[in-house]
Design a protein around this ligand. Structure first.
Ligand SMILES: NC(=O)c1ccc[n+]([C@@H]2O[C@H](COP(=O)([O-])OP(=O)(O)OC[C@H]3O[C@@H](n4cnc5c(N)ncnc54)[C@H](OP(=O)(O)O)[C@@H]3O)[C@@H](O)[C@H]2O)c1
Length: 299
């Protein structure tokens, strides 16, 4: 089977490259720009004709959409482009897959909920109101896919990090190594997700064909719960950065263009029950990623 991955230069896209090595399927990695030595085919997912042409030429039966507009703060002043990439482009992919009776695997976010007022982990069918443009456009993307009639799997995830690209883990390794003091919010609670774990879950579901008869929305993050403060404390400890004094603070101490959810833990019962997916605890996965980051040869 020919499987096309979009946004292959990003965090999750690169992890898809890694986990799919040795697959029985043929993976094609695409992104809007080429990175030297990566073997990426150019595909802009805002262009429906380009998607249709590639699907026909490569006889694609599954698309894994790792592309998105992911800058949550910048989205507030860039709403039209964010809507194009997070809502219209997934619709394009859905149309192209529907035309060949294929499967669209799409990634969404805990920010579609805007947080749970009762501090209870969010289930897939829970209703919510996004607090910002990013969450709203990601919700529109989900709705467009559902309306298209395509076979789909939507994985909502949260607080993604990996060895690839820019992310919170890399930023905090650096800041806790160089700053004597750091304040980090403790009133936003969620669960970090190692992009490798999510990529592995997606890969296993495709490789085993367990998606057949099981299309729908699923939640995936690592296990456990923490605040950004706890996350930072663990990053500093694992990095051996003992000299930085890390203190908890409230979100209003950091003026931000967007209000982030106070509690956005995802309930993963459905994905575990349906696919038998094993979900690692967040600190276990953080250790694996940080070990890889500290190794000179990386992944
Ligand atoms: N990061 C998080 O904390 C987080 C949390 C929850 C959910 N998610 C979701 O998880 C998924 C993967 O996130 P990620 O962190 O891996 O994203 P990422 O690292 O930002 O990667 C996204 C990739 O998409 C590419 N792209 C941008 N415009 C494109 C276009 N028109 N056509 C094709 N590709 C395009 C980007 O290229 P450029 O960099 O050149 O623009 C980038 O390589 C996304 O759906 C995101 O919404 C992420």
């Amino acid at each position: 089977m020919n499987i096309l991955v979009t946004g292959a230069n990003g965090q999750l896209g690169n992890e898809m490259r890694f986990v799919s090595k040795g697959s029985k399927d043929n993976y094609i990695f695409t992104d809007v720009v080429e990175v030297e030595g990566q073997g990426t085919t150019i595909l802009d997912i805002t262009n429906l004709d380009a998607i249709r042409m590639m699907v026909a030429e490569k006889e694609v039966k599954v698309i894994v959409n790792c592309a998105a507009y992911t800058n949550v703060d910048k989205a507030e002043t860039d709403q039209d482009f964010c809507e194009l990439l997070n809502a219209k482009a997934p619709e394009n992919l859905a149309i192209a897959m529907k035309e060949v009776d294929g499967l669209l695997v799409h990634i969404s976010t805990d920010y579609v909920f805007g947080g749970d007022p009762y501090n209870t982990p969010c289930k897939e069918d829970q209703k919510g109101t996004p607090t910002g443009v990013y969450g709203l456009t990601k919700l529109h993307g989900e709705q467009n896919i559902q309306k298209s009639g395509v076979n789909y799997l939507i994985f909502r995830t949260a607080w993604l990090y990996s060895e690839f690209g820019k992310n919170f883990v890399k930023t905090m390794i650096n800041l806790t190594a160089t700053k004597p003091q750091l304040k980090v919010v403790f009133d936003q609670v969620g669960t970090p997700t190692y992009a490798y774990d999510l990529a592995k879950a997606i890969f296993e579901i495709i490789e085993t064909r367990k998606f057949a008869g099981n299309t729908g929305i699923y939640h995936f993050s690592n296990e456990g719960v923490c605040s950004w403060y706890d996350f930072t404390k663990m990053i500093a400890e694992l990095a051996g950065n003992k000299d930085c004094d890390i203190q908890p603070c409230h979100s209003d101490e950091f003026p931000s263009p967007v209000k982030r959810p106070a509690y956005s833990v995802l309930d993963k019962t459905k994905i575990k029950d349906t696919f038998g997916i094993c979900v690692p605890y967040w600190t276990d996965s953080l250790k694996v990623c940080m070990n890889n980051l500290m190794k000179s040869d990386g992944k």
